[in-house]
Ligand binder design. Structure first.
Ligand code: NAG
Ligand code: NAG
Ligand code: NAG
Ligand code: NAG
Ligand code: NAG
Ligand code: NAG
Ligand code: NAG
Ligand code: NAG
Length: 408
């Protein structure tokens, strides 16, 4: 039954893209462009200055062979919502606008009111009234006004976001602008959807992810008789026959997507899962004695150890000495986000690291190069920075009474 759920999510969602995988070759596009041709770009798209602008997008044909660009409509302009089978439109409601129908009238472009769209409006206001911090980011929303999956903090990490804006599994060091593109977060989103659509109290096995939120290219069903297959890391679409390799034979020469830097010969179980299974097999049920594993099979950032909660790296090793007594108030607010960020950045040889509370959370303000600013629980800057000598002026300093790790 569990395996069926797994394949339902994995296979059904991606049946269509699996077929495309094979069709969309360079040769196909060359032929497509020669035979069908691509439509000319509108003037707005060719000019691209502040009065004439458009948005380049994937061509709404299956293989994206052509450049495709839409010019923007302004608030109040009439618009048509696209429908399957119609020609792709050449005009679209501009940023933060959605084609909205009111009382059966002709649809017009109206301001979106999703959380992401509203957060952008607030961002623009702060920029205009001078209260914006230098590393605060304008939220990235998709065409429906939902949060884009990749969220990158300058000088820190990129992490995955659910469409609702909450942080979900998947993080990498943010070292260059390409990192944002690498963060497709498909596997994290797949797991998030599975957990949010189905009964949340029921443990649903989902596709194995990589630490960056992509799909692990090797997927095996667990158990002694498991079989393994290769899938696309970005889309999760199966790319080999489903009944391929017996997990006991898993190796470089049996499965093309096997990567010895990630995978282990002959098993798909990770150290964390093995530790968990062994303890459960021995009748252990107390959660304080069991490791918790992430959806990439590695250790979660918070683990129990004796009468403490510790911040752990993905291998289950305590990071520095970040911890709190299980019975202490710190343990109830502990998130280890700062500890993990420090660990990720150190591994990437970054030397400017965030400062963390003893229990692994971000200190309420961070100081860099003689400037200080308030941050949220993920290390995002909130509000304008101040000179280090004016630290007392920061809102978070005032509300915390000068305690960067205020508990309760
Ligand atoms: C944008 O380009 C159009 C067409 O070339 C031109 O008429 C207009 O003045 C340009 N606007 C700006 C702000 O440069
Ligand atoms: C600036 O704009 C933000 C966002 O709307 C608002 O919360 C803040 O109070 C404004 N600050 C000033 C000084 O106007
Ligand atoms: C992997 O774990 C499963 C239980 O989840 C167990 O049945 C199986 O034997 C393990 N495989 C190996 C190779 O250890
Ligand atoms: C498969 O793995 C999940 C979590 O990794 C575990 O909860 C489940 O018990 C395993 N199933 C079997 C049959 O080992
Ligand atoms: C594993 O597969 C073999 C052969 O298909 C079968 O005889 C055996 O019962 C299976 N074992 C388990 C634990 O499912
Ligand atoms: C997988 O390999 C193991 C060990 O060689 C064997 O016992 C098991 O029957 C195989 N399972 C299947 C389904 O072939
Ligand atoms: C894994 O299996 C491959 C053969 O497929 C072999 O060349 C390699 O040495 C094995 N690695 C380990 C660590 O056993
Ligand atoms: C918490 O536990 C420690 C030892 O485990 C004990 O020394 C301490 O008194 C306890 N504190 C509270 C508030 O219960």
């Amino acid at each position: 039954m569990k395996y069926e759920v797994f394949f339902l999510i994995l296979v059904l969602a991606h049946e269509a893209s699996a077929a495309l995988e094979i069709r969309c070759t360079t040769a196909y596009c060359t032929e497509y462009i020669t035979e069908t041709g691509c439509s000319d770009l509108t003037t707005g798209c060719q000019v691209l200055n502040s009065t004439n602008y458009g948005t380049f997008m994937l061509y709404p044909d299956v293989c994206n062979c052509c450049d495709y660009c839409l010019t923007n409509l302004y608030e109040g302009d009439e618009c048509v919502s696209g429908a399957p089978g119609q020609l792709p439109p050449s005009e679209i409601c501009g940023p933060e606008l959605a084609c909205t129908t009111k009382d059966d009238d002709q649809a017009t472009c109206q301001t979106m009111t999703t959380d992401c769209a509203l957060e952008r409006v607030a961002y623009d206001e702060k920029r205009d009234n001078g209260t914006l911090g230098s590393s605060e980011l304008r939220p990235e929303c998709d065409n429906d006004g939902l949060y884009s999956a990749a969220h990158c903090i300058p000088g820190s990490i990129c992490y995955c976001k659910a469409p609702t804006g909450e942080r979900i599994f998947g993080e990498i060091p943010y070292l260059n602008p390409w990192n944002q593109r690498e963060m497709s977060c498909g596997c994290s989103l797949n797991a998030w959807r599975a957990q949010n659509t189905l009964d949340p109290t029921y443990h649903i096995p989902v596709a194995r992810c990589l630490s960056n939120g992509r799909f692990d290219p090797v997927q095996c069903m667990n158990g002694t008789n498991a079989t393994c297959l290769c899938i696309d890391s970005v889309t999760g679409a199966p790319i080999t026959d489903i009944s391929t390799v017996n997990v006991t034979n898993l190796a470089e020469d049996t499965l093309s997507c096997f990567d010895s830097t990630i995978h282990t010969n002959g098993t798909y179980n990770t150290t964390c899962e093995e530790a968990y299974d062994t303890l459960v097999a021995n009748g252990v049920t107390d959660i304080e004695l069991l490791p918790s594993c992430q959806i990439d099979g590695k250790y979660e950032r918070i683990q129990y150890s004796d009468s403490k909660k510790i911040c752990a790296d993905p291998n289950g090793v305590q990071i520095d000495s970040f911890e709190a007594l299980t019975n202490a108030t710190e343990a109830t607010i502990m998130d280890c986000n700062c500890a993990r960020t420090r660990w990720i950045l150190s591994k990437a040889s970054v030397t400017e690291l965030p400062t963390c509370c003893d229990f692994g959370n971000f200190e309420a303000w961070q100081c860099r190069r003689n400037e200080c600013f308030c941050v949220d629980e993920n290390g995002n800057q909130i509000g304008h920075e101040v000179a280090i000598n004016d630290l007392e002026e920061l809102t978070c300093y005032i509300t915390n009474g000068g305690d960067a790790c205020l508990v309760s």
